[in-house]
Design a protein around this ligand. Structure first.
Ligand code: PAF
Length: 282
C-alpha cells in the first residue's frame, strides 16, 4: 500500500491513472478508522478501479480547540487496517501545511440554508471548514465517486449541495450508518469513551428507535419533548439537541405530511465527548 504525503505526489499519480482511464473512488476521513470507514472503502472498491483514502484531521472544521487536540491520530494503525481490506488502496495523509499553505483558514460557503440547521447552530463555522477541506481534496484527488456515511447526514447533504453549486464533477455516494453490536453508531470519537460510557451511549440509538415508534401516533413536538425527558433522567448523557427534520431540506417539521420523509437527529455529550446519530422515521 502506498501512502502519499503531498498533494503534488497525489496529483502526478492521479494523472497516470487518468491516462489509463482508471476510475477513482475516494473516501475522505479524519483517521482513527473503524468498521464504518472500512465499509465505505469496500463500497468504493466495488465501484471503482482504485481507491484513495485521505487521512487528515482538518483544523478548520473544529469549533473547539480541545476537541481538535484530543482527536485520535493513529496513522500507522489506520494503514494496517486498510491493508486488511485490499490491494488497490492509496492513502493521502497530508500535513496542515500541504493543504492550507500559510493560512489555516476556512473559505465561506453558502449551502442554501442547510448550514443553519442543527450542527450549524451548535458548531459555528463547522460546515465552512468541511466545505473547504472536501473541495480541496476533490480538486487534488479528482475522484469519480466519493463516499460518506449517513451518521453525518447533514454533512452528506451539504457535500451534495457543494458539488452541485460549485459544479464539481464528483458523484457523492451516501452509505448507511455502521453500528456497534449495542447499536451505538460507529465513530472515531468512540475510541475516547471509557467502557462504561461506551455501554451507556447505546442509549442514544435505543431512544431514537423508541422515538420512531412514537412518531407514528404523536406530533414531532411531542416526540422531541419525550426524548428530552429521557435524557434528563439519564445520569451520564447530556442532550445537546434533538431535532425532527424533513430529510430533503433539514427544516424542522411543524406538521407531518404523508408525502414527505423525515429523520430524527440527536447530539449528546458523555464524558465531554460529543456523539451524534440519526435515523429515518418513515
Ligand atoms: O466526516 C469526516 O470525517 C470529515 O468531516 C471529512 C468529511 C473527512 C472532512 O474532514
Amino acid at each position: 500500500m502506498t501512502t502519499f504525503y503531498t498533494q503534488n505526489d497525489v496529483k502526478s499519480f492521479v494523472q497516470t491513472l487518468k491516462l489509463k482511464n482508471k476510475t477513482i473512488g475516494f473516501v475522505p476521513t479524519m483517521g482513527a478508522l473503524h468498521e464504518g470507514h472500512l465499509s465505505l472503502v469496500k463500497n468504493a472498491m466495488t465501484d471503482n478501479d482504485i481507491v484513495f483514502v485521505s487521512i487528515f484531521v482538518n483544523p478548520t472544521q473544529f469549533d473547539n480547540s480541545s476537541d481538535l487536540e484530543k482527536y485520535p491520530r493513529t496513522l500507522d494503525a489506520d494503514v494496517d487496517l486498510l491493508k486488511t481490506v485490499g490491494e488497490n488502496i492509496y492513502v493521502y495523509a497530508p500535513n496542515v501545511q500541504d493543504i492550507y499553505k500559510k493560512e489555516v483558514k476556512a473559505e465561506n460557503f453558502s449551502y442554501d440554508g442547510l448550514e443553519f440547521e442543527m450542527e450549524g447552530k451548535f458548531r459555528t463555522g463547522h460546515f465552512d471548514g468541511v466545505g473547504t477541506i472536501v473541495k480541496r481534496l476533490f480538486e487534488i484527488v479528482t475522484p469519480n465517486n466519493a463516499y460518506f456515511g449517513e451518521k453525518d447526514f447533514q454533512q452528506l447533504m451539504i457535500i451534495k449541495k457543494l458539488v452541485s453549486k460549485y459544479h464539481i464533477p464528483v458523484n457523492v455516494v451516501g452509505s448507511e450508518i455502521y453500528r456497534e453490536a449495542s447499536g451505538l453508531a460507529m465513530s472515531s470519537r468512540n475510541q475516547r469513551l471509557s467502557d462504561e460510557a461506551r455501554k451507556e451511549s447505546a442509549f442514544i440509538y435505543q431512544t431514537l428507535l423508541k422515538a420512531k415508534e412514537k412518531f407514528g401516533t404523536k406530533s414531532a413536538t411531542k416526540v422531541k419533548e419525550w426524548v428530552q425527558e429521557q435524557f434528563e433522567k439519564h445520569p451520564l448523557l447530556t442532550l445537546e439537541y434533538v431535532e425532527i427534520a424533513n430529510s430533503k431540506n433539514l427544516k424542522t417539521v411543524k406538521r407531518k405530511s404523508k408525502n414527505e420523509t423525515y429523520r430524527i437527529f440527536i447530539a449528546a455529550f458523555i464524558e465531554n465527548i460529543r456523539l451524534i446519530d440519526n435515523i429515518a422515521l418513515n
